[in-house]
Design a protein around this ligand. Structure first.
Ligand code: NAI
Length: 414
């Protein structure tokens, strides 16, 4: 099938990017060898909707090398890298993705990917699963199952399951230990600051950084902000997470209070309208706003637009909203995931584990067809296998229980 991409001539640059990440993804390289010899993917159709940058491209290539017919689309128009898309299309993967396309075209490309009639799929945020369940329902019975990459997608899947609408099993890859402990925390922590710093070229040290949401991602974003010398404030709605943030040494307050003192705001909640009109109304001149949560609904663009006397693009990926009273607020990457819209996403060594989980979870679904539609956890053996492979790749040995110790840990007798 013909790919839909922006420019096939960009392929050489994309190939270099893919080659670089491949050399930093030893766990996925090991999984690739296994999948190539098992041939379980031979002749299977895989549809993928993930942020289309180099690490994702390498995952698609691994599945292709393992014998699958792979079609891929981006899970966000701003995170698609056109050179990577071109390189992948040249390698025999069908690519439907263009950087910066409008919402209508974005959903058209997701639809085209779904129309390839997949046996298994990988989704990130739930758009691929949603389009299959609403527009392409005739394809549902042939789908063995799929994997979901992120927290927000899993929330949507659980809601579908609750409403008895989910038509095939989905594995919650996000919830595996080797995913959220590292990808959400250290991946988002590092790459969010990469995106903010390379886009603004401003200093973080000494600034008041407001992090909205102290979940797995928020913990990483706050930790790295502190490391960069920021004065970190956390906002939360969950009292336990709020205490955790306080005990971790951060100031905790409501967004109404934080809005008055923040210099840089990062939302990472999965919720909507976390920063809105009443908060913009009290912000300092020059406040920088960005989002690292899945959808671009956390910073209210509608309120910013309505309050602005002028809206100007002042630098690549920075829009200035000048308010009636002259204050300027700067929104990065259109309020989309700043680490992907304004940078290259998580480091390769982190996505190494996440994408090994994805490939092994798809293999698990193919090995166990006929599961009832529901949201499943990644089997513990897969999680542990990825952890062991990662340790081995880094040359780290750990202890194993002696027989006696194993018995001791199982026993209630002194
Ligand atoms: P999580 O569920 O661990 O944490 C979210 C936190 O936000 C919770 O503690 C919750 O109480 C808090 N929260 C919810 N509404 C809030 C509000 N209105 N104000 C303040 N706090 C609020 O979720 P996780 O894993 O941290 O993911 C957060 C978002 O980031 C999701 O949309 C997820 O899909 C996305 N994500 C983004 C990544 C990236 O590369 N940028 C990577 C992984 C996840």
């Amino acid at each position: 099938m013909d790919s839909i991409i922006a420019n096939k001539d960009l392929a050489p640059q994309g190939q270099l990017k893919i080659r670089w990440v491949r050399e930093h993804m030893p766990v996925l390289n090991k999984v690739r060898e296994e999948l190539m010899s098992s041939r379980i993917f031979a002749g299977k159709k895989v549809a993928i909707c993930l942020h289309l940058e180099a690490k994702t491209a390498y995952l698609a290539q691994v599945l292709h090398d393992a014998g699958a017919d792979v079609a891929i689309t981006g899970s966000n128009p701003l995170s698609t890298q056109d050179d990577v898309a071109a390189a992948l299309a040249q390698e025999g993967v069908t690519v439907f993705a263009k950087h910066g396309c409008c919402d209508e075209e974005y959903f058209h490309l997701v639809r085209r990917t779904a129309q390839t009639e997949p046996d298994v799929l990988i989704d990130d945020g739930g758009d691929l699963v949603h389009i299959l369940h609403t527009e392409l329902t005739t394809l549902l019975p042939r789908i063995t199952g799929g994997c979901e990459e992120t927290t927000t997608g899993i929330i949507r899947l659980r809601a579908m399951d609750r409403d008895k609408e989910l038509a095939f099993p989905m594995v919650a890859v996000n919830d595996a230990f080797c995913k959220h402990l590292f990808d959400n925390r250290y991946g988002t922590g590092q790459s969010t600051w990469d995106g903010i710093m390379r886009t603004t070229n401003l200093v973080v040290a000494g600034k008041t950084v407001v992090v909205a949401g102290y979940g797995w991602c928020g913990k990483g974003v706050a930790m790295r902000a502190k490391g960069l010398g920021g004065n970190v404030v956390v906002t939360e709605i969950d009292p336990i997470k709020a205490i955790e943030a306080r005990m971790d040494g951060f100031r905790v307050m409501s967004m109404a209070e934080a809005a008055k003192i923040g210099d840089i705001f990062v939302t990472v909640t999965g919720c909507k309208d976390v920063i809105r009109r009443e908060h913009f109304a009290v912000m300092r001149d020059g406040g920088v706003l960005c989002n690292a949560g899945h959808f671009d609904v956390e910073v209210s663009k509608r309120d910013l637009q309505n309050m602005a006397a002028s809206v100007t693009s002042v630098r690549d990926n920075i829009v200035e909203y000048r308010l009636e009273d002259g204050r300027r607020l700067y929104l990065l990457g259109e309020g989309r995931l700043v680490n992907l819209a304004c940078a290259d996403g998580h480091p390769a060594e982190i996505m190494d584990m996440t994408f090994a989980l994805q490939a092994l979870s798809l293999q698990y679904l193919l090995q166990n067809p006929g599961k009832v539609p529901a949201v499943y956890s990644v089997p513990e053996e897969i999680d542990h296998k990825v952890a062991h492979l990662k340790l081995a790749a880094e040359g780290i040995n750990i202890d194993a229980l002696t027989e006696d110790q194993a018995k001791y840990l199982q026993s209630w007798k002194v």
